[in-house]
Design a protein around this ligand. Structure first.
Ligand SMILES: Nc1ncnc2c1ncn2[C@@H]1O[C@H](COP(=O)(O)OP(=O)(O)OP(=O)(O)O)[C@@H](O)[C@H]1O
Ligand SMILES: [Mg+2]
Length: 282
């Protein structure tokens, strides 16, 4: 297996990138240990998506995941969510091995995938139909999350009556209903226009400040990855290995103005270099 690329990050940030521990942090809530995944395609071809990926994520941290298209990011999220089995290696959440979907994990997909025949409130309450949760408590929690996501007054609207950003906010409220400790987000804002996306980034950041979930956030936007994260993990081309890691030491809470700051620019350059070296290592 190739060693993680060591680009001139020291020069850019004065930091080491070779899988540094998150110093002074709680022990890992999510422990991804040497996870590999090989798919058998319909044609019979073997597709190696992940190769011995190891990552330790402390509780309450926000991790962004960047990598070339098709490298294996969604595959890793699905394995952490228990929706896919690893071919080798293991994922542990809070010390327990992930062997299937877990109530402690919420997932937000690239498209909101709301049920069109259900209202916002009914969509947010989805988990109550799958898990035995206290219906009254969940209803008041759903209302609270709907307001928190700025959707107050739209409880009884149908998805077709909402904008793309509003639908995605409803999907986030849905993922938070059962108060999961882990939130997995797969390019949740990828389909939104640039202005809405920036607003959603700021909203997500405030939500994270308030709730401190442990988040893995997949994106193709380098500034978005940096803006949100404590740590950006950059994947190589498929089969994904960790090409490098950038720890982001920007103050919190982060404001929209920081998106244009020189400091954020330094981090995005560092990530871009890692992505560039990951893509050219074909
Ligand atoms: N169920 C499957 N059967 C066969 N191959 C699969 C399956 N799921 C994913 N793959 C393959 O695994 C590789 C990684 O896919 P994955 O969806 O994880 O990529 P990704 O990094 O999320 O890409 P993108 O950024 O485009 O979303 C791809 O080559 C894809 O074709
Ligand atoms: Mg994907």
């Amino acid at each position: 297996m190739a060693a993680p690329a060591m680009v001139a990050l020291d020069a850019v940030l004065g930091e080491k990138i070779a899988n540094p521990p998150m110093t002074g942090q709680a022990p890992a809530l999510i422990s991804i240990q040497k996870v590999s995944k090989t798919f058998l395609a319909v044609s019979g071809a073997r597709i190696e998506a992940l190769q011995q990926v190891s990552l330790e994520i402390p509780e309450g941290k926000f991790i962004s995941l960047l990598g070339p298209s098709g490298c294996g990011k969604s595959t890793l999220l699905r394995i952490v969510a228990g929706l896919e089995r690893a071919t080798a290696g293991a994922v542990r959440i809070g010390g327990s091995e992930v062997t299937g979907p877990n109530a402690g994990v919420g997932m937000v997909f690239q498209r909101a995938v709301l049920f069109p025949w259900w209202t916002v409130l009914e969509n947010v309450l989805l988990a109550t139909r799958i898990q035995s949760l206290d219906a009254r408590l969940m209803r008041s929690r759903a209302q609270e999350l709907i307001s928190l996501m700025g959707l107050g007054g739209f409880e009884n609207s149908y998805p077709r009556e909402l904008s793309g950003g509003m639908q995605q906010r409803a999907a986030i409220a849905r993922a938070l209903l059962h108060d999961p400790s882990v939130l997995l987000m797969d390019e949740p804002f990828g389909a939104l226009d640039a202005m809405t996306r920036e607003r959603m980034d700021v909203e997500l950041q405030s939500l994270w400040e308030a709730r401190r979930k442990t988040v893995i956030f997949v994106t193709h936007s380098i500034p978005e990855a940096v803006f949100l994260a404590d740590r950006v993990v950059v994947f190589s081309q498929r089969p994904a290995t960790i090409a490098g890691i950038v720890d982001v030491d920007l103050p919190r809470p982060r404001t929209i103005g920081m998106l244009d700051s020189a400091q954020l620019g330094d981090y995005t350059r560092a990530c871009r270099e890692l992505l560039g070296s990951a893509s050219s290592s074909l």
